[in-house]
Ligand binder design. Sequence first.
Ligand SMILES: *Cc1c(COP(=O)(O)O)cnc(C)c1O
Length: 384
Amino acid sequence: MIKVPLLDLGPQNRALESAYAQAFNEVMQSNAFIMGPRLEAFEKACAEALKVKHAIGVSSGTDALLLSLMALGVGEGDEVLLPAFTFFATAGSVARLGATPVWVDVSPHTFNISLEDAARKVSPRTVAIMPVHLFGQSCDLNALQAFALAHRLKVIEDAAQSMGARWQGRPTMSVGDFGATSFFPSKNLGGFGDSGLVTTQDDALAERARILRVHGMQPKYYHKLVGANFRMDPLQAALLQIKLPHLPKYNCARAGNAAFYHQSLLSVQGFAENRPGVSSEAKILLPVDFSREGIWNQFTLRVLQGKRDALKAFLTDRGIGCEIYYPVPLHRQECFAGVGRGADSVTISEQLANEVLSIPIYPEITNEQRNWVAESLAAFVKQA
Ligand SMILES: *Cc1c(COP(=O)(O)O)cnc(C)c1O
């Protein structure tokens, strides 16, 4: 048995250990722990990497979403279209502002928001759409833009899992009125604690977001707006700035691991790609990067015929980390009982919650480890 954690941050962080230690010492000796030039330098580097005009460091990915909605003035009486199959924060940020989440179904192949379903659910009260580029795969950004234009909607891209992902050459976070990402340790650019980033191409929106980040204050102690403390620490920024140039390399290694799983398993009976029109023999569907430039934040299987929980137990027994992202679609969460609109027609989201299982894909996984994962999947299908 070979142990394979779902994610191991150790090798990645050890490789840059002395640079991190030096940055920590510099920040400590600077005695400057809030805002300042280190944060600005990191924001500039992010704006360049993402091909956006403005990048604004914030306290978390969740706060990046919340701040974006606040800057757009979304509130009570407003509806926001969002996928029912995503992490909680996408909908939580909408609900916290007193706005109404509209539960939109997702594609069973990309796991991303279905614009066909969104079109059915849009109403005169709908002010925005929050697509999520789930598991590192960009939504169709051209279709998204056309949809938003046709319905006069603001776009907030939840890119928490997709920093560096593109759709036909266009980076996620560059198309929406706002893009929001996260540096939570399990994301592709994982930080040392919580933090996030807001992006926009619009000068006025950037200005508003920057003011809201510091209690709506400008100048000092004069409050134009009711904001909050959404700041990112300069220490975090200094550490992430060291890691940022390595992100393309990390993403490339993840793509290599995805290609390895495809090569090892697609020739084995019982496995197929997660595309439309799959044969009835298929037991496990492997994710497909329809965008071709995704970043594989997760490698998420669809386990058919009700075998998902059995596979999870099987892999766990063999020392392989795996996780269900996500077991409960958002409209079924206790806190959203009776909240929002559209919950009666999100059947794919409900189906996926019973089928999905994510397996290790992190950049530093060894050959031996990923072989063990592929072998174990094949062994499960053989006996299932
Ligand atoms: C991680 C994540 C968030 C929230 O980011 P935090 O930094 O943990 O607050 C939001 N949306 C999605 C889709 C995520 O995966």
